[in-house]
Every structure is written in C-alpha cells, then in structure tokens.
Design a protein around this ligand. Structure first.
Ligand code: HEM
Length: 140
C-alpha cells in the first residue's frame, strides 16, 4: 500500500471513533442478516465483541507500515479464529460487510479512493489470516 492509501485509511478510521459503537452494531447486524449461521460462532456480549473488533482494526491500521509487527499479530489472531470455528470463506463475507459498514458510517467521505484503500487493507489482513490458517492446519 502507498503512504497515501495508508493515510486515507487512518484518517477515515479516526472519523469513525465517535460512532464506533453504532458502527460495530451495524456491522454485526448486517453480517448476521447475510449469513445467520455465523451468529452461532459468537458467544459473548456483542457490544464487547464490537469493541474488540474495532480495537483490533485500529491497531492493524496503525501498524500498516510496520509489517514486522503486524504480521505476527495477525497470525496469532488467525490461530484463535480457527478455534472459534472461522473458515476461509467467512473472510469474504466479513470483508464485504466491513466495506458496506464503512460506507454507511462515512457517507460521502467514503470516496472511491478511500474505498480502494480499505479494500487493500482488508485484503492484507484477510490474506495474512487465511494464509496463517493454511499453515496452522498443515502443521496440525
Ligand atoms: C480482519 C479480520 C478480522 C479481525 C481484525 C477480527 C478481530 C477479532 C478480535 C479482535 C476478536 C476478539 C478475540 C481475539 O482477539 O481473539 C475476534 C473474535 C472473533 N471473531 Fe474475528 N476478526 C476478523 C475476522 C473474522 C471473521 C472472518 C469471522 C467469521 C465470522 C470472525 C469471527 C469471530 C468470532 C466467532 C470471534 C469469537 C467470538 C466469541 O468468542 O464469542 N472474525 N475477532
């Protein structure tokens, strides 16, 4: 990703800070609407889960230019997701819903440039997590 794309992602994510709670509620509502079976994978308070998700996205966004720190963190996150029952194909719907939610939250500020930068960000995260899953399963 270019420094400009990273800056776009960071700036737009910061704008969502004040509405993070609503954003994560919207995200999970949409996710479970599109794939109701995914609801069964979650066991805790969804507001707490939403905070964890937003927190992790924030951390990842702040580390986009530090792959040596970001990648091991994502690999660990990925291993935990295997235990949660998350499969490769789930990353596709989650990515679509994330983009949809960002568009809802940012409105006109979700420009094609911002959308493109977020697509690259999510692809980086999901590819790393899926890659780690393959490795994890191969080793197991
Ligand atoms: C970039 C992608 C993702 C990020 C950043 C992310 C982030 C997180 C975080 C921070 C947690 C809290 C627990 C922990 O740290 O281990 C979590 C839990 C969880 N995530 Fe994800 N996640 C991602 C993708 C997915 C996908 C694709 C699914 C599939 C539906 C998913 C389902 C879950 C479930 C089921 C839990 C555990 C809920 C529970 O314990 O009740 N996540 N995720």
């Amino acid at each position: 990703m270019t420094p400009q794309e990273i800056a776009l992602v960071r700036t737009s994510f910061t704008k969502l800070g004040p509405i993070a709670e609503q954003i994560s509620a919207l995200f999970y509502a949409r996710l479970f609407e599109l794939d109701p079976a995914l609801r069964l994978l979650f066991h805790g308070d969804m507001r707490v889960q939403g905070r964890k998700l937003m927190g992790m996205i924030g951390t990842a966004v702040s580390l986009l230019d530090q792959p040596d720190t970001l990648m091991p963190m994502l690999r660990q996150l990925s291993s935990r997701h295997v235990v949660y029952g998350v499969r490769h194909e789930h990353y596709t719907v989650v990515g679509e819903v994330l983009l949809w939610t960002l568009q809802k939250g940012l409105g006109p500020e979700f420009t094609p440039e911002v959308a493109g930068a977020w697509k690259k960000t999510y692809t980086t995260l999901a590819d790393t997590m899926r890659g780690a899953v393959t490795l994890h399963q191969a080793v197991a």
